[in-house]
Design a protein around this ligand. Structure first.
Ligand code: 0WK
Ligand code: 0WK
Ligand code: BGC
Ligand code: BGC
Length: 898
């Protein structure tokens, strides 16, 4: 057919379409990336819509819907009946040309007048109502309730609005109406409104598509891909503004002379080139221009060019749709062309129908090609091979054209076979969606407020931290002074370790490391002098709960059993080696090899131990076994072992810090300040046992109800209060308590407290470290929660992550305040203006949590500005330190013997 000579350029094969898909994918990437976004044709505008409705939205909302073929005002009543039902009352208002092409003030006054009329009609003037504003034009947003118009499109061309915030313009106009009181909570694009409207009925809907007067699409993008918006958590809806695809020439090879002619005659030449090949505002015109050319070349209407063919906009979308109707298409064509005074022949009608079909097919296929790019991106974001999803659609062309929808669906099916797509027509327009966005915004705002209230109690402003530093300092002094030592809660236990390693240590030593996550037995070989080095062999043994909380005898028999296995394994059962015992619990020592357990902490509660000398108990257990003999030379706290281990590398290391299952710190104190130990010369290491800080109630004012819950549920209520706010054994439990409270408030997990959430200890601190890892995408957070039997939404996981961060940050800042007190004391001890000191640190919380150590160090810097504190991670654990102490003790002992 001769007509095809004209139309072949408008026929797009699937290969060409796949190429368009690839081009559009590239454009999307440009629009999202910080450095290319300013010049990108496809703007990829963040909408600040982060979540889909979850069915708890409720209340009355107003919605304005401007920019499509009609201006609608809606009154949306959402019912929190769990059935996601809502009622809609609407009224349409004309958009006269003089308004669409007048000035800004007139436009917004007109909108406000219509709203006032609507509220009058619906008797809503006495109500203060939230409003969602669907404004179907490209707007740059920095928050939900604001939007700066980038450019008018379609048939709008209002002066003085471009580059201004349309929400404040609307507010100004509304303020002129004293009798209406509305709060514009959200500005959304019609694609976003459509996605939300459909999302209300189908939670899988994550794409919004408009094919009407104009065309555009939005979809839920991963935050980590949106460079222009802070944060990597969750997703945000991106308004692609795909109408401008090709404005940078990317589609010039596909644009025909008719497209170029249409663009030159449009209100915005060179702009919205993709839209001008697709949307209903332009398709009729395209058909006219093609028919005009064919007629001029005598291929139609006997070459007689009538006025209608020369008149712009004479052929409209409704004509094209009517001419393509299945049955009455041909008769419609005759009728329409006759009305246009073209007196068509039968062939003319068939040819004109053909032109319409080719033009509208191209439109559907181009849409499909761009939509295929979005669907592919969604599937790749989710790392799925196959994906099921829903696309919410609205727009006159899609809804009224007899064949458009079918053509679009089939083309999408061919272009992205790995995506199973449900096309869901929007019921009630994007107005309902705008109300849902406003409702979600209000719910999220309320949620945020309540979340912040809940978490506010965990925030420690600088003033409080300085106070805590000084309170810790006072407790340190209480523990050192003879007259207050007995009542002191921070026990400041002398360790009889009087010096850090000096490199002369040498020999083979055994070490036990009990009290942390793992129980280790170690053989440590220390060389001194030029070949100075430490070699270690160790084996980790489990301490079953029933042993930790059994009898003292069983515990020490278990320890000796492990020792025997290790000696067997190392083939050194016969060697009566000196042993250093790292015992990470508060022990009152009278000498380096004597330690009376003051009280169990962490998960230990073995009977008949408290008040007993743990070295004696170990010796008795060895005797009971009667298989080997050892020389237990020293019992040390893990903080002391850690200080020594690091001191071996850095002589400036005079502080040992553990932030692990438990928390504690030791430091080298001047003998003259240790009033309960004879002598004023030199130094001795003090095991502060700061875990008990606050057991006298001095920090109760910062303890929250969650802390009290955790304490009451612990093995030692009322004890170790500081530890229970700062250490790995308890942080997960604090988080769990907060999550339960937030769930009870309906802020989480849809208010449902699952069995898992009720289970004590289910939220281990390692999960905090996992969840708080930067750039951990929310799906992975949800995966962690799923492992805990917690089915969560995106929002839930964002909140869980915030709760984890609040709890661990508080812990780190509390530890920082305590440590600042210790280094400040050291500085004053030395009477220097500036102190340089190293802290040896260990413990899973310090080592594995993504932010704990950094926040702790920053807090020390803040609260001890005259101290240059370096932190040294203990690579080998405190076992090495225990061996070094044993070596020193052994050497001193031998010297003493001589
Ligand atoms: C109905 C939606 C409205 C959107 C319109 C687009 O409620 O927000 O702008 O569809 O279709 P049109 O009216 O331009 O054909
Ligand atoms: C490793 C040390 C050990 C200490 C532990 C504390 O070798 O002495 O008790 O760190 O950390 P946790 O294992 O409790 O996290
Ligand atoms: C506008 C979009 C809108 C689309 C559909 C385009 O002209 O730029 O913001 O979503 O029309 O109404
Ligand atoms: C113990 C300390 C120990 C700390 C770290 C606390 O519970 O009381 O002795 O240093 O945990 O393991």
């Amino acid at each position: 057919m001769a007509v095809d000579r004209y139309l072949y350029q408008l026929r797009l094969s699937d290969d060409v379409l796949l190429d368009v898909t690839a081009r559009f994918q590239a454009e999307m990437g440009k629009g999202l990336a910080r450095d290319t976004s300013p010049t990108a044709a496809v703007k990829m505008l963040p909408s600040f819509v982060r979540s889909l409705p979850d069915g708890s939205e409720k209340g009355d909302f107003l919605a304005l819907d401007l920019g499509g073929s009609q201006f609608h005002i809606h009154w949306v009543k959402e019912f929190d009946d769990g059935k996601q039902s809502s009622q809609l009352e609407s009224k349409s208002y004309p958009t006269p040309k003089e308004v669409m092409q007048g000035n800004g003030a007139e436009l917004f006054d007109y909108i406000a007048d219509c709203l006032s009329d609507f509220m009058e009609t619906k008797n809503l003037k006495h109500k203060k109502l939230p409003l969602g504003f669907t404004f179907s034009f490209p707007c740059k947003q920095t928050k939900l309730e604001e939007g700066v118009l980038l450019a008018w499109t379609k048939h709008f061309r209002v002066r003085g609005v471009q580059d201004t915030d349309v929400v404040s313009s609307l507010h100004r106009a509304l303020q002129k109406h004293q009798d209406i009181d509305v709060d514009v909570l959200a500005l959304v694009n019609d694609t976003v409104g459509t996605m939300m409207t459909c999302g209300y009925d189908d939670q899988r809907c994550e794409v919004g598509l408009i094919i009407g007067t104009g065309t555009n699409a939005c979809y839920m993008e991963e935050m980590r891909h949106i460079d222009l918006v802070e944060g990597d958590e969750g997703r945000m809806c991106i308004n692609t503004e795909w109408g401008a695809f090709g404005d940078d020439g990317a589609l010039d090879d596909l644009r025909t002379e008719f497209d170029r002619e249409l663009d030159l005659g449009s209100l915005n030449p060179g702009k919205q080139l993709f839209e001008k090949m697709i949307s209903s505002l332009y398709l009729g015109e395209l058909v006219r221009l093609i028919l005009l050319k064919m007629t001029k070349e005598g291929l139609l209407f006997n070459g007689k060019v009538s006025t209608a063919l020369l008149t712009k906009g004479k052929i409209e979308m409704k004509h094209v749709s009517a001419m393509e109707k299945y049955k009455e298409g041909l008769s419609n064509t005759k009728e329409i062309l006759t009305e246009l005074k073209l007196f068509p022949s039968e062939e003319d009608c068939v040819a004109v129908q053909h032109v319409c079909a080719v033009v509208s097919s191209r439109s559907a296929k181009l849409c499909a090609a761009a939509l295929a790019a979005i669907l592919t991106r969604l599937r790749e974001n989710k790392q799925l091979l196959r994906m099921r999803t829903t696309v919410g659609i609205d727009g006159g062309l899609y809804k009224t054209h007899p064949k458009f929808a079918g053509r679009l669906h089939r083309a999408v099916g061919r272009l992205v076979p790995a995506c199973e797509v449900r096309f869901l027509r929007s019921r009630g327009g994007s107005g309902r969606g705008a109300a849902v966005v406003a409702a979600v915004a209000r719910r999220l705002a309320a949620q945020r407020r309540r979340l912040h209230t809940a978490l506010a109690a965990l925030l420690l402003p600088p003033a409080i931290l300085w106070e805590l530093r000084d309170k810790m300092r006072a407790e340190l002094e209480h523990g050192l002074k003879r007259e207050t030592q007995a009542q002191a809660t921070v026990k400041m236990l002398p360790t009889f370790v009087r010096g850090t390693p000096d490199g002369t240590e040498k020999g083979k030593f055994l070490a036990l490391d009990l009290g942390g996550t793992n129980f280790r037995v170690l053989l440590v070989k220390i060389k001194s002098g030029r070949r100075r080095s430490v070699q270690m062999y160790n084996k980790i043994f489990a301490i079953p709960l029933e042993i930790m909380q059994g009898t003292g005898e069983e515990l020490f028999d278990h320890i000796v059993q492990c020792l025997a296995d290790f000696l067997e394994y190392m083939g050194i059962k016969g060697a009566r080696l000196p042993l250093g015992f790292t015992f990470s619990f508060p022990c009152r020592q009278a000498s380096i090899d004597k330690g009376t357990l003051v009280g169990w902490t962490k998960g230990f509660k073995a009977t008949d131990c408290e008040g007993e000398d743990v070295v004696d108990m170990l010796r008795e257990a060895i005797r009971r076994r009667n298989e080997f003999d050892l020389d237990i030379v020293a019992v040390v706290n893990d903080t002391v072992g850690t200080m020594m281990t690091c001191g071996y590398e850095d002589p400036n290391c005079e502080i040992g810090l553990i932030a692990g299952t438990g928390t504690n710190v030791c430091y080298m104190e001047d003998m003259k300040n240790i009033e309960i130990v004879e002598g004023n010369e030199g130094k001795m290491c003090i095991n502060t046992e700061w875990g008990a800080f606050g057991d006298n109630g001095c920090i109760d004012y910062i303890r929250t109800k969650y802390d009290r819950e955790v304490d009451e549920g612990s093995l030692n209520p009322g004890k170790q209060r500081y530890e229970k706010m700062t250490s790995g054994m308890y942080l997960g439990e604090i988080v769990r308590q907060i999550l339960i409270d937030l769930t009870k408030q309906g802020l989480l997990f849809r208010g449902h407290i699952s069995e898992s959430l009720r289970k004590k200890g289910i939220f281990e601190t390692k999960f905090l470290s996992q969840i708080e890892r930067d750039r951990l995408a929310l799906p992975q957070v949800r995966h962690v929660l799923r492992q805990l039997g917690l089915d969560s939404t995106c929002e839930d996981s964002i909140i869980v992550k915030e709760v984890c961060a609040a709890v661990s940050t508080r812990a780190a800042r509390l530890c920082g305040a305590g440590l600042a007190a210790v280094v400040e004391k050291k500085r004053e001890n030395q009477g220097v203006e500036r102190l340089q000191i190293t802290v040896g640190a260990d413990g899973t919380l310090y080592k594995l949590h993504p932010h704990f150590s950094r926040i702790l160090q920053e807090t020390v810097k803040e609260l001890a500005p005259q101290c240059d504190v370096s932190f040294m991670l203990s690579e080998d654990g405190s076992g090495k330190g225990a061996a070094l102490i044993t070596a020193v003790a052994k050497r001193l002992h031998n010297v003493g013997q001589k």
